[in-house]
Design a protein around this ligand. Structure first.
Ligand code: MEV
Length: 313
């Protein structure tokens, strides 16, 4: 899938989606389905050649605080991951400046690492590259960031839309009949996907007879959630999101900051609210109440600045 011949130039621009997981994080690692949606404000990279073709690649994404020279042997995870993707695509390893723009926060559960690895793969492979080749190259970088990711984030970053994803199976687009409005609340609490995935693995090893049914229930919530989405039943979807948050708490991947956001959203009439992504910090999401203004004001007063999005095909 990935080219076997070396490619010595980058395309001028490349894009990737951010992602928001509606249902099924963590259980997706164990083969259960998940639903996730692409966020169009993900990442846009532009590339230009440096005067010295032997100089290290410069990677600068001001919105994410990234300003790195990609020297071989570099131990910064972003540099290691970026070089691994370029290498997997047989792309250049020197002589380029790459600059990125994003309106999403980084390391917040909104798919910034997958957006970076997908966009880098597209800089080498081009805008018309088969999506599976782009995902395959992105996964090389994602494994450096996150250990053994399910592949959900790379699939959404490359494809966009609203997807039903099962590890190792073809991804399915969910044919929405109307956009789903969402509020995304960045908690401001840093977290690590690898740490949260490791916590679930350790709890499952200690308590398999308890944790396996919880993972199964999270997977069942996805199938019921898809039914609710196809009926455009946002009240029903909201109840399933609420149950999913409690199940994720049973996996020990929530955090006080996320629980506060979820409680505030429900208290202001949100039909459903839950953590999204790996948890431990990062973001929570809610279906907006009929009048979202009081929730938005209360959130801002608490120092949380929500993003208002609609997920759609
Ligand atoms: C992270 O965005 C989603 C997790 O399910 C991990 C994965 O799918 O690899 C927590």
């Amino acid at each position: 899938m990935i080219p076997i011949k070396t490619i010595d130039r980058l395309h001028p621009t490349a894009e990737a989606f951010g992602k928001v997981i509606l249902l099924g994080e963590h259980s997706v690692v164990y083969g259960h389905p998940a639903i996730a949606a692409g966020l169009p404000q993900g990442l846009r990279l532009t590339a230009e050649p440096l005067p010295d073709s032997a100089a290290p690649i410069e990677l600068e994404i001001p919105a994410w605080g990234i300003d790195l020279a990609l020297r071989p042997g570099e131990v910064h995870p972003v540099a290691m991951s970026a070089l691994a993707v370029l290498s997997a695509c047989k792309g250049p390893r020197s002589g380029w400046r790459v600059r990125g723009e994003s309106s999403l926060p980084a390391r917040a559960g909104l798919g910034s690492s997958a957006a970076l690895t997908v966009a880098l793969a597209r800089l080498v492979l081009g805008p018309d590259a088969p999506v599976d080749a782009v995902i395959e190259a992105s996964m090389v970088g994602e494994r450096i960031f996150h250990g053994q990711p399910s592949g959900l984030d790379s699939a959404v970053a490359a494809r966009g839309g609203v997807l039903r994803f099962v590890r190792g199976e073809p991804t399915q687009e969910i044919a929405l009949t109307a956009p789903i409005p969402l509020l995304i609340f960045p908690s401001g609490v840093a977290r690590s996907t690898a740490v949260e995935v490791g916590k679930v693995r350790a709890r499952r090893e200690r308590l398999p007879s308890i944790i396996d049914p919880v993972l199964g229930a999270l997977g069942a919530a996805v199938e019921s959630g898809i039914d609710a989405i196809l009926r455009n039943d946002l009240e029903g979807l909201g109840e399933i999101m609420n149950v999913s948050h409690e199940l994720l708490s049973a996996l020990d991947v929530s955090a006080p900051a996320l629980d506060h956001i979820v409680e505030r959203a429900r208290a202001h009439g949100a039909p459903g609210a839950k953590l999204t992504g790996a948890g431990g910090g990062g973001c929570a999401i809610a279906l907006p109440p009929a009048d979202p203004a009081p929730l938005l004001a209360a959130s801002r007063a608490a120092g949380i600045h929500p993003l208002q999005v609609e997920v759609w095909r």
